[in-house]
Design a protein around this ligand. Structure first.
Ligand SMILES: Cc1ncc(COP(=O)(O)O)c(C=O)c1O
Length: 436
């Protein structure tokens, strides 16, 4: 038998170095490999299994839909597609808008920019995006991402205007407080739009909160950005691929700010089906959808709004609602943040702890707290952090790390005692390992 490592091309790694167990099952916040080792999942795999592993309600919905009808393309109506679109518009308060379904986050972002260009009448319009962001791995979304992994020659072809991130711990504008960092960042974005000429800008594309690049925007950032984009007359696209579906303690992270945070378009994936089946979506506000109503929509995907995926999406929304998972994320997110702050008091290697209002937090490791020198230059991984991941796995916990960051995003269904156990192991390892 050919081993998986020699037949599959794996993402984001050196192929010759790939060496991971084969996962064969899961339940709730745990999954297990073929050797029978069980892991507590502290990252929801790719920050996507918000509903945990093998959620029975989703499995049932997929099975039932498969028995009834597997596929209808988008030139015909499909009941689960319509049901999911209606429910997404309801939970986001985008009534009167429209939903375009995709297969994941990258194509949701690409299509959102297409719609923003068409609706604004700026077909060549530029996209304002920030450093230390991630919007996907297609060519265009790589260009719009400010991610060290995705810089390619020729990015300019995708009309990106890059701006610094609202990274309060290392504020690019040398601000004295989180609030000042947010204000200066937004003022800079306004200036960049002004310089390009708003009539040449199609949209600002940004994550409102949680993201793989470890930025948790200071509280005033998003509403200030919303106000500034309104002032400039430029659409705001919220990339909620990671931050949506309870990850930040709301259905969608912008909702923390109420109407003052409402974007013009929003992109979704990951938690939309809790990763039980691939699905992404673009939600267009009523005023954006109205601009597209009488012209040809020059885009499409064979699997747009695939019935199996949409049935899973409908079941996912019911599960978030009936199991109170958004509130649970807020509650357990508070518990997690408190424990991480206590670890910060204990371990000098922790420079910063930042968290959203839900089960998402970043622990940033430093060589020196006073100078804030990163444990390793971004995005390289310090050998002790790599060792942390290996030892944690041996003790039955799976953590996600990147550069000098530990990214904590467990499934929203995690039990409190499981969460506490995983954090105990993290605390032990931070004490045992030598980070010098
Ligand atoms: C914020 C954000 N946007 C977009 C994407 C891309 O989604 P996908 O991998 O489904 O294309 C990701 C994936 O991690 C993400 O975190």
């Amino acid at each position: 038998m050919v081993s998986e490592s020699s037949s599959v091309l794996h993402s984001w790694c050196v192929q010759a170095e790939w060496n991971a167990p084969t996962i064969v099952g899961g339940e709730g916040a745990r999954f297990w490999d073929e050797a029978g080792h069980t892991y507590l999942d502290m990252s929801s795999l790719a920050e996507c299994m918000n509903l945990g592993h093998q959620h029975p309600r989703l499995i049932r919905a997929i099975q039932e839909q498969a028995q009834q009808l597997c596929f209808v393309n988008s030139s015909w109506g499909a009941a689960p597609r319509r049901a999911l679109a209606e429910q997404l518009l309801e939970i986001s308060g985008f009534e009167g808008g429209r939903v375009f379904f995709t297969l994941g986050g990258a194509d949701a972002n690409e299509n959102a920019v297409k719609f923003a260009r068409q609706a604004s009448g700026r077909p060549q319009g530029k996209v304002v995006a920030r450093d230390r962001s991630y919007h996907g791995a297609s060519y265009a979304t790589m260009a719009w991402s400010g991610d060290s992994r995705t810089r390619l020659p020729g990015d300019e072809a995708f009309s990106v205007l890059r701006v610094p991130p609202p990274y309060a711990y290392r504020c690019p504008h040398a601000s004295a407080s989180d609030a000042e960092c947010a204000t200066r960042n937004v003022a800079h974005i306004g200036a960049v739009i002004g310089q390009a000429g708003a009539e040449n800008v199609a949209a600002v594309l940004m994550e409102p909160n949680a993201g793989t690049n470890g930025i948790v925007a200071p509280q005033p950032f998003w509403p200030a950005l919303r106000a500034e984009t309104h002032r400039c007359g430029v659409y705001l696209i919220a990339d909620e691929v990671m931050s949506g579906f309870g990850r930040c303690g709301e259905w969608f992270a912008w909702q923390e700010h109420g109407e003052a945070g409402r974007p013009d378009l929003m992109t979704l994936a990951k938690g939309l089906t809790g990763a039980h089946i691939p699905l992404g979506a673009v939600i267009l506000a009523k005023h954006v959808a109205a601009e597209l109503e009488y012209s040809m929509l020059n885009t499409g995907l064979t699997y747009c709004g695939h019935p199996l995926a949409c049935a899973a999406g409908v079941a996912a929304i019911a599960a978030y609602r009936d199991e109170g998972l958004i509130q649970r994320s807020r509650l357990l997110g508070g518990v997690m943040l408190q424990r991480l702050r206590a670890m910060q008091d204990r371990h000098a290697v922790i420079g910063d702890v930042r968290g959203a209002n839900g089960l998402f937090a970043i622990v940033e490791l430093v060589k020196n707290r006073a100078t804030r020198e990163p444990l390793s230059p971004w995005p390289s991984l310090h050998p002790s952090l790599a060792r942390f991941v290996t030892l944690a796995r041996e003790r039955g916990v799976s953590f996600a790390v990147r550069g000098n960051l530990i990214i904590l995003a467990p499934p929203l269904v995690i039990e409190e005692n499981e969460l506490q156990r995983a954090l105990d192991i993290m605390n032990e390892l931070l004490g045992e390992l030598d980070f010098t």
